[in-house]
Design a protein around this ligand. Sequence first.
Ligand code: NAD
Ligand code: MG
Length: 370
Amino acid sequence: MTPAAPPTVDVGGERPYRIHIGPGLLARGELLADVIRGRHVLLVSDDTVAPLYLAQVQAALLAARPALKIGQHLIPAGEASKTLASFGGVIEALATLGATRDACVLALGGGVVGDLAGFAAACWMRGVDCVQLPTTLLAMVDSSVGGKTAVDIAQGKNLVGAFHPPRAVIADTAVLRSLPLRELRAGLAEVIKYGAIRDLEFFQWLQSERDALLAGEDAALAQAIARSCEHKAQIVERDPLEKGERALLNLGHTFGHAIETAQGYGAPGNNNLNHGEAVAVGMVLAARLSAALGMAEAADTDRLRELLLSYGLPVDIPAGLAPETLLAHMRLDKKNIAGRLRLVLWRGIGRAEVVPDVDEAAVLAILQPG
Ligand code: NAD
Ligand code: MG
């Protein structure tokens, strides 16, 4: 991989924006102030992230722009806060602040805060600016980039939302030091996904940089984030509304979502896989299916499995999940067209493809335990 990843990645398209990556960026008030157009700012965060970083962001912002009127809105940490009720709470906070059309919503947190705050920004006065300040690795390499925002309803995840690209993304790698290792690994599963989809060289780099990444070294993380964001940016620029190529980003996700749904979306306190872990298993299943269909070499599955295992990620379906149940969940995936299973498979590492009509019997065989 090319040395010294750039500290910024530009995302093109109709509404271009810049991603800034590096340690200590949240203390750089001028970076934030530069992208804020009006006088009103609503800082949205959760009750885990806020005590760690919110005061720092607010102080930096006020130092750079003392006249700003800054409001705060906190939600309980976790997916359970990505609801229409929480959305209403953010909207009311914007109203209380007296936010005008040039207001800016600052989303300080993981993907939950980013999706919720981004959706509120998309709707307030038919759309105000949102700046993403992602604090999980998953948010830095995935949810903060690409403009998808949403909340969940009882019938399913992310069913209510909007495409609303951020005005900027500021990824301060120093905040990853407080992130639990399991969350870091979940983000690394999505990083590995970019290598698996379209970048063999990056895949190899991830093999050699594993220790530095798992140790949370800034330089390695910044490089991994930049490369991941470059891939996501290239894909969403060409296909912002997911009419084609953007579906590749779902490698491992149809299998992964089926696992997440079958285990009931991680009720607190149990041992369910989190999203990144489910995607890790899902990518291995996609690779195995590709080999079974004669599209790819089994040796590539082995390399993927070994890489994920070396990152401490799971590679097998958790015990007790029936193949028929998983297949039933896969049939409900949004990517399917006309009742046919449409999956992201691969020809080998770095060469993912959308396959429109996958044979269900072959999928069922892959879902068998052991
Ligand atoms: P999350 O936002 O729930 O964060 C995970 C946990 O880490 C939370 O408890 C949070 O409080 C805590 N945390 C966050 N930053 C921390 C830090 N620096 N130090 C210590 N603790 C910290 O989860 P996530 O994994 O970031 O995001 C998952 C969400 O993202 C899901 O709702 C998913 O649907 C969404 N998502 C959206 C997109 C998109 O394109 N919009 C893409 C992928 C995922
Ligand atoms: Mg994902």
